[in-house]
Design a protein around this ligand. Structure first.
Ligand code: SAH
Length: 563
């Protein structure tokens, strides 16, 4: 193990362990890595430990290199960082136990990332970190156009020179940590023959002359006629900038700009660059129109705030084993978790440390609106939906509200295992051929429409999957469904009734169409009705895919290979 580590750090020195030797190597090295039990390491260094500023960083690692533990000097002396890099090299697990890593207390780097601020001088970061650890606070200067949640350890100052951290879109120098908010919007008017290089140079020079950072640019805005010029598109792509394009009517809604008769005659607006950047930023003009060769540039500044996000997370049928890693990741990444209380209960152990809002079943609209508003206010929200959010779940209502209100919000829908997947697997292979999925709840769909759909599905010989088979208000839905289906299918058509699939209380009944409404069925139950070809074998409900007709001879085990 020591040789391996030396391979990675060629200027390190290998000592054979002898407790009395520690006095000789203490303070003459930046790091001491003990390849042995942590207990022995701790006892050996105990007499020498004084304070975190002067002590050598100490780590321990087991002989096989499975685990690396920074014992002292985690932050200040870099033992945590060493453990992490070494772990990558040795393919082992670093055990980081310092408070800021564990509790995100003053985790500056995470905060910067969460706010989407760009770090101009990352080399200063570790110096600022140790200052934070020593002083427990940092002086922060922030432009008025920046509105973000602050860490408790910040003390605001109006005086840039005494600040440790400066949040600004202006060009700034010095030994401070400079964080750049992306709140500049470039309005641009241009000739068709302009090159990408000229666009880049023109924008950079205009910003530079006026003391603004190019890194602070969030988007480019122009008139629709110009927004397809390849040079402009490729410039936006190069820097990952959004491109907003507006019609002349939209641009003319901004009237507080300079006016050019030539521009007005040619494209029907007063000033493409100024109007476009003002419209995109919803803010104020900070660089008035600059007339350059083949282009005009103007810059507006918007309010910079933390952006929220809304995940609509499918949490599966109710067992933690049936939730996807992608869903777990979204939940872990969220600040607020919302959902129907039963579903919240299923994932409780994953969200112990989160803010949670649990709702009763019929509060969907209230829940959806609240989730959207929280995300619009800058929170990362997970709205959970049992099964799959796109199957009688929360995805539809969210997108309907968003479409109706034309809301600008980042939304990600995480799929989940739907009840039909879980119930099908438990009962065999019932939905192997074309199937129709129906909900028997008439809360949002009129009952006559539901009856018509049952009728048509039965007539077309679809396997039928029934969600919400019974409600407390109407007990006879399942019997009505049976009567309709019996018009086209025999009494003995096989049926699976699965309750609480994947959960502790899971139960399954295999029965027939004639008897399906004699069993207890509730809102945790899904009913699968076979088609005219479905059959039961032992405990399985099987709907033939159709292979047998095609490969009849090959189906017999032993007579021919099945592949
Ligand atoms: N979005 C969910 C469905 C919501 S509608 C999904 O994709 O599964 C609620 C209905 O789903 C219930 O009335 C029941 O019919 C069905 N359901 C949900 N979870 C179930 C489970 N674990 N076992 C059986 N049926 C379930």
């Amino acid at each position: 193990m020591a040789e391996k580590i030396i391979q990675y750090f060629p200027d390190s020195k290998l000592y054979k362990f002898n407790r009395t030797d520690i006095s000789q190597i203490w303070n003459s090295h930046r790091f001491i890595i003990f390849i042995m039990a942590t207990g022995i390491a701790v006892r050996s260094i105990a007499p020498f430990i004084k304070d975190k500023k002067n002590d050598t960083a100490v780590l321990s690692i087991d002989e096989e290199g499975k685990y690396i533990i920074p014992i002292i000097g985690g932050h200040l002396k870099g033992a945590n960082e060493l453990a992490k890099t070494l772990a990558k090299f040795l393919n082992s697990t670093p055990f980081i136990t310092t408070a800021s890593d564990l509790n995100n207390l003053p985790a500056l780097d995470l905060w910067i990332k969460r706010c989407s601020l760009k770090v101009k001088n990352p080399e200063i970061l570790s110096k600022i970190m140790s200052k934070l650890i020593d002083n427990k606070n940092l002086m922060l200067f922030m432009e008025n156009s920046v509105q973000i949640p602050l860490l408790n350890c910040f003390q605001l100052t109006e005086n840039i020179s005494e600040a440790d951290i400066v949040i600004t879109n202006k060009i700034s120098k010095g030994d401070k940590l400079i964080l750049v908010p992306t709140n500049l919007f470039i309005g641009i008017g241009l000739h068709e023959w302009i090159t990408e290089e000229k666009i880049e140079r023109g924008i950079k020079e205009a910003l530079n002359r006026n003391g603004f950072e190019f890194k602070a640019v969030q988007a480019i805005a122009t008139i629709d006629k110009k927004s397809t010029y390849p040079a402009l598109l490729s410039f936006c792509k190069k820097y990952g900038l959004k491109l907003y394009s507006y019609t002349s009517e939209e641009l003319n809604s901004i009237t507080t700009v300079s006016h050019s008769d030539i521009v007005y005659k040619s494209v029907g607006v007063s000033s493409v660059s100024e109007q476009a950047c003002l419209l995109a930023s919803q803010g104020k003009l900070i660089i008035a129109k600059q007339i350059l060769k083949d282009m005009t540039v103007a810059v507006a500044e918007g309010i910079f705030s933390v952006r929220g996000k809304l995940y609509i997370v499918g949490t599966g049928p109710g067992n933690l084993n049936s939730i996807t890693p992608q869903a777990v990741k979204a939940l872990r990444n969220s600040e607020l978790i919302m959902g129907y209380k039963t579903y919240i209960g299923h994932i409780k152990s994953l969200i112990e440390d989160k803010q949670v809002l649990a709702y009763s079943m019929t509060d969907e609209v209230k829940r959806a609106k609240k989730a959207i508003n929280e995300a619009l206010n800058g929170k990362i929200v997970s709205l959970i939906s049992g099964g799959d959010p796109g199957v009688y779940g929360m995805a539809g209502i969210i997108l309907e509200i968003v479409a109706k209100n034309n809301v600008e919000l980042e939304i990600e829908i995480i799929p989940g295992i739907s009840a039909l997947n879980a119930c099908s697997a438990i009962s065999g292979a019932p939905i192997m051929n074309d199937f129709a999925v129906l909900s028997l709840s008439d809360r949002l769909t009129p009952w006559n429409v539901i009856e018509k759909r049952i009728d048509k599905s039965a007539e077309a010989d679809f396997v039928i999957v029934l969600y919400n088979p019974k409600s407390t208000a109407r007990q006879d839905h399942l019997t009505r469904a049976k009567e309709i289906i019996l018009k086209y299918r025999t009494n003995t058509t096989p049926v699976a009734i699965v309750r609480g699939a994947t959960r502790d209380e899971q139960s399954i009944v295999l029965t027939t169409l004639e008897k399906m409404d004699e069993h207890s069925v509730d809102m945790q139950t899904t009913v699968i009705i076979g088609n005219s070809k479905s059959f039961i074998y032992k405990n399985w409900l099987i709907t033939p895919r159709g292979y047998e007709a095609k490969y009849e001879r090959e189906y017999k085990l032993g007579s021919s290979s099945m592949g």
